[in-house]
Design a protein around this ligand. Structure first.
Ligand code: PHE
Length: 342
């Protein structure tokens, strides 16, 4: 009787052990069969009344069964443990390895320079204003005192759009925005106008067919060239980081009277004369002058009441001076060896 019970018990236990999925289940199986109140104990209790010799024999048997069940439990336990440690090994992540850095781009040098210039002028009370790239003849020429038959039209080799009737063009300078702005805003005015301009010309180290300009315009009651010089002095000081010498030479623009060109000491040669400055020691940076009365009139302002100055900087020129770049074509070359230096 006892023998059958032991055998059944062992089989049952082994079946349970085989089906066990984790260490917790194995624990339960141990308690169920071999624990204090386990089934093996219960069978042993029920045999208490057996005669002495029988009991000895049964005890031996019970011990053996116990050992066998323990053995099976042990094996299964180490199987499960191996499985767990394998999974842990596979899923192990080294959280101390440095992460992959995403490749970050950066702002184009011209954008950086543009923003820096905007900041300098904003701190002097100028607003940053933009205008359209496509203009008609009125804004690009007529309103700026450049009539149809005026030879000054030759100064800008204009890119015309094909649209027949409308006679539209890609603006050759940012000066048309002076008109747009004065039409809509009453003085006192202080603006700068960064933007693209387009010229139909051959490219070389100093010329591009598309470039950026920064127009400046200040209109108020008693404005004179002294204000222009003061603003330029401050701008050059802040932009080039020192007291950069500059000079105004007489020039001609139909929309300013008197007109100047603004030159700074060549930063490449320090004024001694090099290829970039054509051995003069000076580099032309901007056109400037006092706003012509006709321009004020064309924008709806009374020239007897208001006066102003305007300038037009080449942004590329400013960047070339600041970073000692000797070829304007590098900016749009897309050459990362150049761009990554900024
Ligand atoms: N628009 C002129 C140019 O492109 C520059 C300029 C601007 C000159 C304003 C005088 C005043 O050459």
């Amino acid at each position: 009787m006892a023998k059958i019970s032991f055998k059944t018990l062992k089989n049952k236990a082994q079946k349970d052990i085989n089906l066990a999925k984790d260490l917790k289940e194995l624990d339960e199986i141990f308690r169920k069969y071999l624990g204090e109140k386990g089934e093996l104990r219960q069978i042993l209790h029920s045999l208490e009344d057996l005669p002495q010799i029988k009991r000895k024999e049964t005890g031996k048997l019970a011990n053996q069964i116990k050992k066998e069940i323990e053995e099976t439990l042990k094996k299964k336990k180490s199987n499960i443990q191996n499985l767990i440690s394998n999974i842990q090994k596979q899923e192990w992540v080294d959280i101390t390895i440095p992460g992959k850095k995403p490749v970050l781009g950066h702002l184009h040098p011209l954008t950086q320079v543009k923003r820096e210039i905007e900041e300098i002028f904003q701190s002097m009370g100028f607003s940053v204003v933009e205008g359209p790239d496509v203009e008609n003849e009125w804004y690009n020429f007529d309103a700026l005192n450049i009539p149809k038959d005026h030879p000054a039209r030759d100064m800008w080799d204009t890119l015309w759009l094909k649209d027949k009737g409308a006679k539209l063009l890609l603006r050759a300078h940012t000066s048309p925005v002076q008109i747009h702005y004065m039409e809509k805003n009453q003085p006192p005015l202080r603006i700068i106008v960064p933007g693209s301009v387009f010229r139909h010309e051959a490219t070389d180290a100093r010329h591009e067919f598309q470039l950026y300009q920064i127009e400046g315009l200040m209109v108020d009651k008693e404005i004179s060239v002294a204000h222009l010089k003061a603003i330029l002095t401050e701008f050059f000081k802040r932009f080039f980081g020192k007291n950069t010498a500059f000079r105004l030479d007489p020039d001609f623009f139909p929309f300013t009277e008197p007109s100047f060109n603004v030159s700074v000491t060549c930063v490449i040669c320090g004024g001694k004369g090099c290829n970039l400055c054509k051995k003069t020691g000076w580099l032309e940076m901007a056109g400037a002058g006092m706003v012509h009365p006709n321009v004020l009139k064309n924008s709806g302002l009374n020239p007897k009441e208001w006066r102003g100055w305007a300038f037009g900087f080449g942004l590329e020129r400013l960047a070339m001076m600041k970073y000692k770049i000797d070829d304007i074509r590098l900016f749009r070359s897309g050459d990362l060896r150049f761009l990554n230096q900024f």
